[in-house]
Design a binder for this molecule. Structure first.
Ligand code: DLL
Length: 437
């Protein structure tokens, strides 16, 4: 179902005209109200009046996470504090937190966009939406919550934690849609099995759809979750600085790339090293400009997420451009002896291998000035039960060879007992890099 038929299927020309109007308005607002942007624009010698076409976007300055940190907490706000009705914050892995704010209209738009996202996943007002993203300063819980209510569905605001109780609630209340991180979905699946419950048995569990995001996950992981749980696992993307979840969403019709809600966000792909805009279809860093955000509007925000844009018309009828599944963040790309490796590439290899569970961790170290990578992955109970030493050795060899073949790096593979790696309730920490600091 398309939640906002008119906006989501606007003919390209009309969409671009709307974007241009909104871009000019955005520039006027930030130039007049945010000293950081007044200075940046002045330094580059541009004013809002210079924006005559969407191509002029590339003459505008970038905004980076460090700018938000430097102006902590309210320095980039474009409206008086009285007009801000909500704050969220994101901690990130390093440094100070960043604080983002929302006006009444920002919250309203966000609810609309998350409602669009849930509808694109196939959800509607008859659904029972179980939200296991964390509620609080993290945008996942409340973002999904307002969207599900806007859609008219019934919401179970479960938040994260108390995993066994969540599974029982999902059974008792008849959850049909689950919103959480993909790693937490796996955890719920495991907890269900321990309770003798099976998500695939639709007489027992009514779940049909997952709306998963907030961390990178591979296509292979999608297949695993879908197979284990008997559901459609859909990908939702977003980030707190831009809004929260609901910036882009896959449609159930194509399940190939996430539609970026272009009437609210203007995407570009740049070369992360040079900052140059790349041609359509090339892989690089996603940059987003918020067209309608009032409280903290951002011009050309560098997301650090690596993806590419797909402008082939989609069979669902939406005209908004799609972005490919995020393959990783430019800042969590590992460089192992000079070779670039994304954790999601390792995940893809592990998840498609019979006999393993989708639970893994990557440890990186430097020994005698040489990078060492160890991939720890849990064996499945079945594999372990039939496990002569020979089979285990063969599995280790097989994985080491696949990683070498596909990524060009040598990894130590360590097979570990089922359930021995720690489980996350929110974003999984896949990599422990001991080389830093
Ligand atoms: O994770 C917002 C969110 C909540 C998105 C719930 C989807 C669902 P932050 O904590 O600010 O916000 O983290 C944003 O998470 O820049 C990406 O690196 C990563 N991320 C988010 N969604 C996806 C996804 C929320 N579908 C950062 N695939 C982003 C891959 C994702 N990475």
């Amino acid at each position: 179902m398309i939640f906002d038929l008119e906006k989501e299927t606007l003919p390209r020309e009309d969409l671009e005209a709307l974007q241009l109007r909104r871009l000019v308005d955005l520039c006027r607002r930030v130039y007049a109200n945010v000293p950081f942007y007044t200075k940046k624009f002045d330094e580059l010698g541009v004013t809002p009046d210079h924006i005559k076409s969407l191509n002029d976007l590339s003459s505008l300055p970038f905004t980076e996470k460090r700018h938000l940190r430097d102006h902590y907490p309210y320095g980039l706000f474009a409206v008086p504090r009285d007009n801000v009705v909500r704050l969220h914050a994101s901690s990130g892995t390093t440094g100070r937190v960043t604080v983002v704010g929302y006006t009444r209209r920002d919250i309203d738009n966000w609810a609309d966009l998350m409602a669009r996202s849930l509808a694109a996943a196939g959800a509607g007002r008859r659904d029972m939406v179980h939200i296991a993203y964390g509620y609080g300063l993290f945008t996942g819980g409340l973002g999904a919550h307002y969207g599900a209510e806007r859609l008219g569905a019934t919401v179970v605001p479960s938040s994260s934690g108390a995993t066994r109780r969540q599974v029982q609630f999902m059974r008792d209340l008849g959850a049909t849609v689950l919103c959480c991180t993909p790693s937490y979905a796996l955890h719920l699946h495991e907890a269900a099995r321990e309770e003798g419950l099976d998500f695939r048995d639709k007489n027992m569990m009514r779940l049909t759809t997952g709306v998963f995001g907030a961390e990178p996950w591979s296509e292979e992981m999608r297949h695993t979750i879908e197979k284990n749980m008997g559901i459609n696992a859909m990908n939702v993307y977003g980030l707190s600085e831009i809004m929260g979840p609901g910036v882009a969403m896959e449609c159930v019709e194509a399940k190939e790339g996430l539609h970026i809600f272009e009437d609210h966000f203007l995407p570009e792909i740049i070369d992360p090293d040079t900052g140059k805009v790349l041609p359509m279809g090339e892989e690089g860093e996603l940059v987003l400009t918020t067209l309608t955000k009032e409280a903290v509007p951002l011009v050309r925000y560098r997301t650090r997420d690596i993806t590419r844009l797909i402008n082939v018309p989609c069979r669902c009828g939406r005209t908004h451009v799609r972005m490919d599944r995020v393959m990783g963040r430019s800042d969590d790309m590992l460089i192992i002896r000079g070779v670039n490796v994304y954790p999601s590439q390792i995940e893809a290899i592990l998840v498609e291998t019979e006999g393993l569970t989708p639970h893994y961790q990557i440890m990186v170290d430097r020994v005698d000035n040489l990078d060492q990578m160890e991939v720890q992955v849990e064996l499945s109970e079945d594999f372990l039960a039939g496990g002569e030493v020979k089979r285990l050795q063969n599995m280790t060899k097989h994985l080491t060879r696949r990683i070498k073949e596909f990524l060009g790096v040598t990894a130590q593979v360590r097979l570990v007992d089922p359930r021995s790696l720690s489980r996350s309730e929110g974003k999984a920490q896949r990599v422990i890099d001991n080389r830093k600091g």
